[in-house]
Ligand binder design. Structure first.
Ligand SMILES: [Zn+2]
Length: 489
């Protein structure tokens, strides 16, 4: 049996996945900063790590999945400058920051539910873990790797780099960082407090009018963005855990800083496997406010955006995401999404067909081997697109048997149905999404098909042919099998 091999961003190698404990996996995935409605940039990570989790659970591991909610400390600028994203939105909408956090946590989790992503076991909020963050900042200071200036605390990157490898994860070299930092960033708010422009904030002093602030040993303030993930991952998963995941946009500064903070406290890189998914583009371009191509998931599901030719369902979006390898970029376009929609429909039709296949004495296809190949694909760095290709092969087999062009035994038919159930539904997490309209239509169609059978039995061929011809004219395909008729549109 093959075993899971996965690309570790930290080592830049494909590695065999061996969890710390033989039967348990700890996985921390960076969650959203909840200050706006979820958009296309938010969906890929949850789907990718959901499939990883589902596959680990299928493989027999108990997974503790932690995904945080960032509701404080994430500033508009990456270099610790600008307003807190939530505080800014609260000011614009003239409500409490925690109302912003609550509203957009709910809309994020609604998106998660629609996308059939399993909810994490623990969903900690940054604002609910201020004490843990203060304790961790204190530990970094005790290690001599942070300093306080005017009520703010900064991580001392130079002091850290004397003993540890700063920049290993993101591939940035400290000298480059210094050259790139330039003079202009020193003029940004708070930059003059830093001993070195590469240092990053662990705690920021709050002005009296700042709406989110807490007491600390350094006075009133709020935590930096990176420290929350270090503190919450450590609290729920321990000093060292198995998987830390996120998007490639988080490599620097967020994850690089997380490693530095945790290492400063415990002496260890907190995660054994760093896993990053690639980003999405829209019609070949990055998502950006200036390009006006930021599509929210609600707009996508309703088809309500100038760039969209139609609405796309959550499962079409999920299937589309999984058709690309998680480490490749993924480009959204109407053509690609409608191709995904058609492809998924073809698979569902085959799933239906497979349920009603008629067994033969002997079989002509090794279904078990195909299921094993699905496993081999998944073990090869979560190659979901290859699993999908094998599902299309299973669909081809189902249709051939249905058309009388291939034979399967009863056991093989059971295996074929199990293959769809396991790989399409359980592991890739593609749920059937028949609308109530569709269910009603199916009921009406079954009624018509039953009437047609009755007409044939009554030798009223004019009526039975008329039913079939009129349905065909409407675009329905009627297939007569030994166990009755089925339809597709
Ligand atoms: Zn994080």
């Amino acid at each position: 049996m093959s075993t899971l091999h996965i690309y570790n961003t930290y080592s830049r190698n494909m590695e065999e996945f061996r969890p710390l404990h033989p039967s348990r996996v700890g996985m921390y995935v960076c969650g959203p900063t909840v200050y706006g409605p979820p958009h296309l940039g938010h969906v890929r990570g949850p789907v990718v790590f959901d499939v990883l989790r589902r596959y680990l659970e299928f493989s027999g591991f108990a997974v503790r999945h932690v995904r945080n909610i960032t509701d404080v400390g994430h500033l508009v600028g990456d270099a610790d400058e600008g307003e807190d994203k939530l505080a800014k939105q609260a000011r614009l909408e003239q409500i409490e920051p925690m109302e912003i956090a609550q509203a957009y946590t709910l809309s994020y989790n609604e998106m998660i539910r629609q996308m059939n992503v399993l909810p994490p076991g623990i969903e900690p909020r940054a604002s609910g873990h201020i004490i843990e963050q203060i304790e961790m900042i204190q530990a970094v200071m005790d290690a001599g790797l942070a300093y306080e200036v005017n009520g703010s605390v900064y991580f001392d990157v130079f002091a850290y780099a004397k003993n540890y490898d700063y920049g290993k994860l993101s591939g940035r070299v400290l000298d480059d960082l210094i050259a790139g930092a330039g003079n202009e960033s020193r003029e940004l708010e708070g930059q003059d407090e830093k001993q070195n422009p590469n240092d990053f904030a662990l705690w920021k002093r709050a002005n009296p009018e700042h709406i989110m602030q807490w007491s600390s040993p350094w006075g009133k303030g709020f935590p930096g963005w990176h420290i929350e993930c270090s503190a919450m991952a450590r609290k729920y998963l321990g000093d060292v855990f198995d998987i830390h995941g996120g998007g490639m946009d988080l490599l620097f500064p967020h994850h690089e800083s997380e490693i530095a903070q945790s290492t400063a406290c415990t002496g260890h890189n907190p995660a054994r496997y760093w896993i990053h998914h690639n980003m999405i583009t829209i019609n070949g371009q990055k998502m950006a406010k200036s390009l006006n191509n930021g599509i929210t998931v609600d707009q996508l599901f309703a088809g309500n955006h100038p760039l969209l030719e139609q609405a796309y369902s959550p499962m079409t979006l999920r299937f589309f995401i999984l058709q690309a390898h998680y480490r490749s970029t993924l480009d959204f376009s109407n053509e690609a999404l409608s191709a995904a929609e058609k492809g998924l429909q073809r698979l569902w039709n085959a799933v239906k067909v497979a349920r009603n296949l008629v067994a033969s004495e002997s079989g002509e296809y090794d279904v078990q081997a195909l299921a094993k190949e699905c496993r081999v694909s998944m073990d090869d760095d979560l190659n979901a697109p290859q699993v999908i290709a094998r599902l299309f092969e299973a669909a081809r087999v189902a249709n051939l048997v249905n058309d009388g062009k291939m034979k399967l035994t009863a056991t093989q038919i059971t295996e074929l149905n199990a293959l769809f159930e396991t790989w399409l539904v359980q592991i890739l997490g593609i749920a059937p999404e028949e609308s109530s309209d569709h269910r009603a239509l199916d009921g009406v169609m079954q009624m018509l098909l039953d009437m047609r059978v009755q007409a044939k039995q009554d030798k009223n061929y004019a009526l039975s042919d008329s039913i079939r011809d009129r349905l065909t004219a409407l675009g329905f395909t009627i297939k007569d099998g030994k166990d009755g008729s089925s339809w597709s549109l």
